[in-house]
Design a binder for this molecule. Structure first.
Ligand SMILES: [Zn+2]
Length: 267
């Protein structure tokens, strides 16, 4: 079922979702969520495809979780675009090895980093450079969690992102709330920085992003399964659409084409 907006149908991809098996639900309330669950919910929400990466976990190098991502993408190659998740605290050599495995062998399509859960500084060159170098070599994007902590500030992320202008960097949640203005500023400043819509919920801030950077640099994301897909879809397809007067070509870009071009990917 394709995404219907104003009587038109759109091919639609979610740029931010999670899969995995955790022993406990942690604070997020989700323990197990795999490809079958995701695809069923995509069908219900009228989405064709989702970028997915591992659920956050307590101290791990995510090697098991990244293998699950490869397995689930193999089950649903047209519906799930799996990224790996990296914990840079295992050190530059472990990071480089892990990325060669994930991007080279498992053929995962991008890299997810969470500076708050994994607790690292996204401008710490020694830990981060192997990640940017692997992203460059394998021509994949990096998506950061942003917001909720100073470690996940768009300003800190932009320091290194600016040095790797050929590596697309997606600011997940576009700073959530207090960092949205900064996310908009760095996305305007740097051609390789993109904003993703999940979680940010105050309409004036969302509109500031849509007006400030334009629809060529914004990607629809949900942070599913933490957030319900219809809630995040309608936030953009109904509410932002009305307030920002989005046109069909804007929906095409935000719900699919911007991400497809970052991924060098066809449908
Ligand atoms: Zn997330």
């Amino acid at each position: 079922m394709p995404l219907q907006i104003n009587d038109s149908e759109f091919y639609a991809i979610d740029a931010h979702s999670h899969l995995g098996l955790r022993k406990t639900p942690l604070g997020h309330g989700v323990a197990s969520f795999l490809g079958d669950d995701l695809v069923r919910n995509l069908d219900e929400a009228g989405l064709d495809c989702a970028v997915a990466f591992p659920l956050g976990a307590s101290y791990t190098d995510y090697s098991e979780a990244n293998q699950i991502m490869a397995d689930e993408m193999a089950k649903y190659p047209k519906r799930i675009i799996s990224f790996c998740r990296i914990n840079p605290n295992f050190g530059p050599e472990a990071t480089a090895r892990s990325l060669d495995h994930c991007l080279g062998t498992l053929k995962l399509k991008g890299i997810k980093l969470h500076p708050e859960i994994e607790f690292f500084d996204p401008n710490e060159a020694e830990l981060m450079e192997p990640i940017y170098q692997a992203a460059r070599r394998y021509r994949v994007p990096i998506i950061f969690h942003t917001g909720m902590s100073s470690k996940a500030s768009p300003g800190v992320i932009a320091e290194l992102a600016a040095r790797y202008r050929d590596v697309p960097v997606i600011l997940g949640h576009m700073g959530v709330s207090e960092y949205v203005k900064l996310a908009v500023a760095v996305a305007r400043q740097h051609e390789n920085i993109f904003l993703e819509t999940s979680v940010v919920g105050w309409m004036p801030l969302l509109l500031e992003a849509f007006r400030g950077v334009g629809t060529s640099k914004i990607l629809f994301g949900s942070d599913h399964p933490y957030n319900p897909l219809p809630m995040e879809v309608e936030k953009i397809s109904k509410h932002v659409a009305k307030a920002a007067k989005l046109k069909p070509e804007d929906f095409k870009k935000v719900f699919a084409d911007n991400l497809l071009s970052i991924l060098h990917h066809d449908r």
